[in-house]
Design a protein around this ligand. Structure first.
Ligand code: SAM
Length: 226
């Protein structure tokens, strides 16, 4: 992947072509946030297949799921040989995820499925299976920008120094926090305008970067194991 010293790298291009050239088993986490329209639903299977190659053993795939295409997306990801972990609810109690036309449903949550390459690597901390996205920070940059709470949640499932790949990084919400929290971030997008926003956020994040000791501590303190 990126040069060892680089904290972050942004690559303009088609994510499938770029991913095909990345080194196998070089990434600790892959996070998917494709466009939600039905015509993009096929991407989940293809991206999961590539993620299965790129992830280190025990590494994680997190995939935000459009609820309308959930059955197909889950079946396609399952075919990638990644191991199903759990479904996480991203709640937006104020209805900020929008509405479903034709069904008269207001969307107050989205699912994010969690998959691992074999047995999940120990993180040393618990992860809740739901969280609230109340922030609309970033939406000024682009309407597709995810809430920062989403990025925080994803990063909470990684450790300092981990490599995170976001193949459709958009405005770089994940990179913005990943760099601050000492993770290595690689983002790909085929839209140069989105990538420029991501670039500015990653550059700014370097100024806010915190120094951490290596993450060795078991933060669960024996509360639960499964
Ligand atoms: C839902 S947005 C991601 C939003 C991002 N998580 C954020 O917080 O800004 C989906 C992104 O996928 C990108 N995209 C769509 N098809 C792509 C492809 N084949 N290769 C790379 N990027 C692609 C779009 O340009 C868009 O920025």
């Amino acid at each position: 992947m990126a040069d060892e010293a680089a904290l972050w790298e942004l690559i303009e291009g088609d994510c499938f072509e770029v991913m095909a050239n990345l080194e196998a088993e070089s990434v600790d986490m892959v996070v998917l946030d494709p466009p939600y329209a039905k015509k993009f639903a096929w991407m989940y299977g293809a991206l999961a297949k590539e993620a299965a190659r790129l992830l280190k053993p025990g590494g994680s795939l997190l995939a935000i799921q459009a609820t309308g295409t959930l059955p197909q997306a889950l079946a396609d990801i399952a075919a990638s040989q990644l191991r199903y972990g759990w479904m996480i609810a991203m709640q937006a109690p104020y209805g900020s995820h929008g509405m479903v036309f034709g069904l008269e449903v207001e969307i107050t949550w989205k699912g994010m499925s969690w998959w691992t390459k074999g047995k999940p690597r120990k993180r040393g901390r618990l992860a809740s299976d739901s969280f609230i996205c109340s922030s609309t920070l970033g939406k000024e940059l682009h309407r597709w920008a995810q809430a920062e709470e989403w990025a925080e949640y994803c990063l909470g499932m990684t450790r300092v120094g981990d490599s995170i790949l976001d193949p459709m990084c958009g405005t770089g919400t994940l990179g913005w926090l990943a760099v601050q929290y000492g993770r290595r971030f690689v983002g790909i997008d085929n839209d140069p305008e989105m990538l420029e926003i991501a670039r500015r956020r990653c550059q700014l994040a370097e100024a806010y970067r915190l120094e951490f000791p290596p993450a060795e501590t078991d933060l669960t303190q024996g509360k639960m194991s499964y």
